[in-house]
Design a protein around this ligand. Structure first.
Ligand code: ADP
Ligand code: MG
Length: 671
């Protein structure tokens, strides 16, 4: 749809017109006024009638029309939560679930966690009273484990359906099934894009309810030539917009925390140097691990005379709407599960551009060429289910009693090979028996809200009597990659601090070491500051650790410590990750089973040691296939922990006599 005559004049965001701050009653009134101004509001009655008439309704409406914040409230007002019934609204992203729940709680004038709450992995902000539950799609999936028919829910709204995350896709299949034998359950599928026909067809031709959007035209600009350093290009462009363009806030899309923090630092730095030569520029980051008070800041109105630049992950593509954005800067990258890559979908680029045209005509600057847009980006999203590993969900579906996965009702089925690979891996981990049935161990693994390999590692800590240490390793791995702080002006200090944590054996033990020392400091933030460790990440690790510890009893693992015998810790890790092993050959590292060429990440504590055998937590593809978080192991351990998977013969070293001392470049050579 083009911007049509329906586009109305922008609302002025409650300007504080005089010195007296608004009274509570006035605030309440202005919140209600904002609610009534949203595009969905005129359709309130019609929408409720359609929901009453149909069990499944697909709702299509542009981002910012009020789907996420308003529709659950309408249902609440209409009485869908009588008799203690609940309404679930799923979000693919944690930040969105938290932020939206906070907003709705405020609109309803209740405390977050009372009537309105959110539930994300490792964090539950709900109570007995909570009837509007915003949750990640992954959390609703886990609800099926305890309540397979979702009996306590009157409405399930699968939001941001167009994102086609793995968990959302699986939810579709499960919910469709539940809806069949619970005719009173209402199912809403909300999407920001036009691809709603697919959903309608899948749900037996459910009707589509369209909320007409208002949108202003957006002019799109491309670069003439590809940018070599897009981060630098971004920073320069923001400043250019700030200096040359009329008022209006800027939204920049980057791929993740590290990049966002770097960009914000660069921007602040340059603004400081320009001093009073430019108008005030408020630089605000938004990404998943950002504390919620910081997240809330992006929604505060920009003070007159200043300009706001929000540097965001693709959360701001459709999940969050920030008022007042006129300029969008799109470098054209996003993070897929395994690596950074071009946004790759035109649909995504168009969503990003659309963010500039919500309150007035806007501009979108794309840091790639028009040619790239036409030729290098695919038109629509490839569902995550078709490009990710499925171990987790297969385990979950198996524990829900769904055995025949080949015939599960998928919106788009995963590739046969991926499914097979997942089954094979679960079999190797001992979660499934040779008939593909869930084993006792598999049932326990499904209880833990982490990847199967991580679950297996935790279960194995019982045998090696080191669950205390393994819990810490598991928690630290869950906040992976954001432990160490490396400010640009203190790189040498930061790197020294990191090296001081090194322990023989590898990165998992380094993580353990960091956490243990932090715990000994009394979980101090000062300690983190002095050691270039990110306090926020550590606090999160502590939360995760507590949650996991609380689940140990359920999976029959007792608390025990290795008392400094790290071999036991390493063996327990190997019991979970024997699937991820590599050995040093004459031509560098090769994965043991697939013979894939891989490299130790330069940040690893083992980068210079180059042990013969190792396991890795994950592979990341940047310039090469890098192993991140590596641990030195002995090949004999593989036979000990996975005799069904490894044969002694394949672990022999054919050229063990003549091994070069070191292979590959040193850290210095890599620069
Ligand atoms: P949709 O789901 O259709 O994209 P939303 O319900 O998320 O729309 O947003 C409706 C309006 O609520 C938007 O104008 C948005 O700016 C506002 N809003 C959403 N979350 C917040 C928040 N945390 N603080 C302030 N305003 C918010
Ligand atoms: Mg929404």
């Amino acid at each position: 749809r083009e911007a049509g005559p329906e586009a109305r004049a922008p609302l002025s965001p409650q300007e504080p017109s005089g010195p007296p701050p608004p009274t509570q009653a006035q605030q309440k009134e202005s919140i209600q006024a904002v609610r009534r101004s949203l595009p969905v509001f005129p359709f309130r009655e019609e929408l409720l009638a359609a929901i009453a008439d149909h069990q499944v309704l697909i709702i299509e409406g542009e981002t910012g029309s009020g789907k996420t914040t308003q529709i659950p409230q309408y249902l609440f007002e209409e009485g869908y939560t009588k008799k203690g019934m609940k309404i679930a609204c799923t979000q693919p992203r944690r930040v969105a679930a938290m932020s939206v729940a906070a907003r709705v709680a405020r609109e309803m004038g209740v405390k977050l966690g009372n009537e309105v709450g959110y539930s994300i992995r490792f964090e539950d902000c709900t109570s007995e009273r909570t009837v509007l539950r915003y949750m990640t799609d992954g959390m609703l999936l886990r609800e099926f484990l305890s309540e397979p028919d979702l009996a306590s829910y009157s409405v399930v709204m699968v939001d941001e359906a167009h994102e086609r995350t793995l968990h959302t896709d699986i939810l579709f299949g499960l919910i469709k099934d539940v809806a069949r034998f619970r005719p009173e359950l209402k199912v809403l599928v909300a999407s920001a894009t036009l691809d709603t026909a697919r959903f309608s067809t899948f749900f037996d031709d459910a009707p589509v309810f369209r909320i007409p959007g208002r949108r202003f035209p957006v002019d799109i600009f491309y670069t003439k030539a590809p940018e070599a350093d897009y981060l630098e290009a971004c920073v320069v462009s923001v400043l250019q917009i700030h200096v040359t363009q009329p008022p209006g806030d800027i939204l920049v899309f980057l791929t993740g925390q590290e990049e966002i923090e770097a960009a914000c630092e660069m921007l602040q730095d340059r603004c400081r140097r320009l001093g009073s030569k430019i108008r005030e520029l408020l630089v605000l980051p938004i990404y998943a691990n950002l504390p919620s008070d910081m997240q809330a800041r992006i929604f505060q109105p920009t003070p007159p005379g200043a300009r706001k630049v929000v540097v965001a992950t693709n959360i701001a593509e459709t999940s969050l709407t920030i008022e007042g954005i006129i300029y969008v800067l799109d470098p054209g990258f996003c993070k897929q599960k395994r690596n950074k890559q071009p946004t790759s979908f035109q649909i995504s680029s168009n969503q990003r551009a659309g963010r500039a045209g919500r309150v007035a005509a806007g501009k979108c600057f794309r840091l790639y060429t028009a040619w790239a847009y036409q030729h290098e980006l695919e038109e629509t999203t490839v569902p995550e289910i078709q490009r990710t590993s499925l171990g987790n969900v297969v385990l979950l579906l198996k524990s829900l009693g769904i055995h025949d996965l080949m015939h599960f009702d998928f919106l788009d089925p995963p590739p046969y090979e991926t499914l097979l690979l997942a089954l094979e891996q679960l079999y190797a981990l001992g979660a499934l028996n040779h008939l593909g049935e869930l084993t006792t161990s598999g049932r326990k693994m499904a209880e833990l809200p982490v990847d199967p390999m991580l679950s297996k590692m935790i279960l194995a800590s019982e045998k090696y009597s080191c669950s205390e240490e393994i819990l810490t390793v598991a928690a630290m791995l869950s906040v992976n990659n954001s432990i160490f702080y490396r400010p640009k002006d203190k790189v040498v200090h930061a790197d020294n601090a990191r090296v001081n944590f090194f322990l023989p054996g590898g990165d998992h033990l380094v993580l353990l070491n960091v956490y243990t020392q932090w715990a000994e400091s009394g979980y101090s933030s000062q300690w983190c500051y002095e050691n270039f460790v990110q306090f926020r990440s550590m606090r999160r690790a502590r939360d995760v650790r507590e949650q996991l510890e609380g689940l140990l009893e359920r999976v029959e693992v007792g608390l025990s410590s290795c008392q400094g015998d790290y071999i036991r810790v390493r063996k327990a890790i190997t019991a979970g990750y024997f699937y991820h092993t590599a050995r040093l050959t004459r031509s560098g590292y090769r994965t043991v089973k697939q013979q894939q060429t891989v490299f130790i990440h330069p940040n690893s504590s083992l980068f210079e040691e180059q042990p013969r055998w190792l396991l890795y937590h994950e592979l990341v593809l940047t310039t090469k296939e890098f192993m991140r978080q590596v641990l030195e192991i002995e090949s004999s351990w593989l036979l000990e922990v996975a005799p069904h998977y490894y044969k002694a013969k394949e672990l022999e070293d054919p050229h063990s006599k003549k091994m070069p001392k070191k292979i590959g470049k040193t850290r210095e050579e890599l620069g």
